[in-house]
Ligand binder design. Structure first.
Ligand code: NDP
Length: 272
């Protein structure tokens, strides 16, 4: 029940109407018994939006495309790895002091760590965009050996140089020497469901394959990886965990991941 004591949270982005964050957070607030509400704000002018956050005392904000990096100069403080990644997806408002965090990288690591012991593993990371960048920093933190493949070679080279990783174009040798393969490109995302970033023959049993694309949940890559006997991790795993980590930062309480995944699965199925 919304009343005078309700605390407001939200996501800023553009476009943002498709965002699943209101599903994650309003469901979790309700189950946690918190008097809080979460809205999506389609922002045209970031400076004005931030003034609004301070002025209205909005308690916490998720940040999405295209603002994850643009937001940095507007914040009073940026925590730990978020500063190194140079991307913030979560803001806490501590009485007008805005503090930035990044929950994407740890969400991806937790999703992987449910199935693999990461330190020392050979990882192929596809992509060098925003999400790939957060994941690459996580893999560095966990002591993985990483090769980054990307369509635009310069972006892969820049990210690889920053972290001491190797880089390649989006073409592959006849055999992949990898324990883990992560797709952090948008290849396979609806409406291009029929695409996979690499030939199925390169996938083999014993590999763990994570696809962070979540629309559709069962991408061509994951289907083919399953057929070849790989362990698979879908995009819902990271999506649910980045939201759960935001809730933990804002409320100091850990929400139930399984319930968040259930809400997301229902929303994604209803969209089809
Ligand atoms: P960006 O736009 O920052 O990066 C897109 C990446 O995909 C780049 O590496 C780009 O290569 C590559 N790419 C796009 N189209 C093609 C193509 N036709 N062929 C080869 N490579 C291509 O997006 P994000 O990093 O924010 O998001 C990437 C995907 O991850 C999206 O599907 C998004 O929905 C998903 N995502 C999932 C999350 C989750 O929690 N599960 C969290 C965040 C994102 P290039 O550099 O050459 O342009």
């Amino acid at each position: 029940m919304i009343n005078g004591a309700t605390q407001l949270y939200g996501v800023i982005g553009n476009p943002v109407r498709h965002s699943l964050s209101p599903i994650i957070h309003n469901g979790a607030f309700r189950r946690m018994g918190l008097n809080a509400a979460y809205l999506a704000f389609e922002v045209k002018n970031l400076a004005e939006a931030i003034q609004g956050v301070r002025g209205l005392g909005i308690r916490g904000v998720s940040v999405t495309i295209p603002f994850k990096t643009q937001i940095l100069p507007f914040l009073d403080q940026v925590e730990g790895v978020a500063g190194k990644i140079k991307a913030v997806n979560t803001i806490t408002n501590e009485e007008g002091r805005l503090i930035g965090h990044n929950t994407d990288w740890c969400a991806a690591m937790e999703a992987l760590e449910e199935k693999v012991d990461l330190p020392g593993k050979r990882v192929i990371l596809l992509g060098a965009g925003g999400a790939a960048r957060a994941i690459a920093f996580g893999l560095k933190e966990r002591g993985c050996q990483v090769i980054i493949h990307n369509r635009s070679p310069q972006k892969a080279a820049d990210l690889a140089r920053e972290l001491g990783f190797l880089h390649r174009p989006m073409s592959f040798p006849v055999k992949l020497d990898a324990d883990v393969l992560i797709n952090a490109t948008s290849l396979g995302m609806a409406p291009h469901n029929g695409e996979s970033p690499l030939p199925q023959e390169l996938l083999r049993a014993g590999m763990t394959v994570m696809d962070i694309v979540y629309q559709p949940l069962q991408t061509k890559l994951l289907r083919e990886a399953g057929e070849r006997g790989c362990q698979t991790i879908d995009g819902l795993s990271m999506l649910a965990r980045q939201g759960a980590a935001q809730l933990q930062i804002w409320t100091g309480r850990s929400p139930e991941i399984g319930q968040i995944k259930e809400d997301l699965r229902r929303a994604l199925t209803a969209d089809r």
